[in-house]
Design a binder for this molecule. Structure first.
Ligand code: DGL
Length: 218
């Protein structure tokens, strides 16, 4: 099975590494767009255009499924790409509002994501559909992806996040940007051991298994 993984930058490598562990028989290729990362402060039209261009090598390589390992690209582009390339299944990533809302006991969750993801219609829909009765707090993470991309994740100040978790009595933190997977450990430390930090790589692997099984059965 050939899986293509796309992200604007370093987030895709984090997802690809876990997919290689979870799906050892798959060949996982990655594509990124280091020239234009971060996508999170760009317009939807720009993100769509850049994503479409950047996934071309994966399409040419004949990937049986393409994972948009980028919440920002998923929000802006996945519906268009599914229409434009109907023969290729796309697995998109979006902030785990549904599982977070299901497990929170304090009814207070924190979603860390890029500005483009947070303002997207897809994300608003997610909140409307699954976030009822839950207080969803969205801290400013606008600089995080760029710091991770520069190889300086330690410069991200997580003290505001720690305070927010306490002030809002949040018991779940959602990593809604794959770049942040690289600092999951630090986020967990800042949030505290009793807080659940969610990111979707396991769910993506399950979704890929479903998509490829469905394709094989056709
Ligand atoms: N890794 C991407 C995501 O999941 C975004 C990083 C960026 O701003 O390019 O949203």
């Amino acid at each position: 099975m050939k899986i293509g993984v796309f992200d604007s930058g370093a987030g895709g490598e984090a997802v690809a590494a876990t997919l290689r562990e979870l799906l050892p028989h798959a060949v996982v290729s990655t594509a990124s767009d280091r020239e234009h990362v971060p996508y999170g402060s760009r317009s939807d039209a720009e993100v769509l255009h850049l994503t479409d261009r950047a996934i071309q090598p994966l399409l040419r390589a004949g990937c049986e499924v393409i994972v948009l390992a980028c919440n920002t690209a998923t929000a802006a582009a996945v519906e268009h790409l599914r229409q434009d390339y109907p023969a290729t299944p796309f697995v998109g990533l979006e902030p785990m509002v549904k599982p977070a809302s299901a497990i929170t006991r304090s009814k207070s969750i924190i979603v860390c994501a890029t500005p483009a993801t947070l303002r997207s219609r897809r994300y608003q829909r997610l909140k409307d559909t699954w976030g009822g009765g839950v207080n969803i707090v969205e801290p400013d993470c606008a600089d995080w992806a760029a710091a991770i991309e520069r190889g300086e994740p330690e410069t991200i100040d997580l003290e505001p996040l720690r305070l927010l978790v306490q002030q809002r009595a949040a018991d779940v933190v959602v990593l809604g940007c794959t770049h942040y997977h690289w600092i999951k450990h630090r986020v967990q430390q800042a949030a505290g051991a009793e807080v659940t930090v969610l990111e979707p790589t396991d769910a993506i692997a399950a979704q890929i298994r479903r998509v490829t099984a469905a394709a094989a059965g056709r």
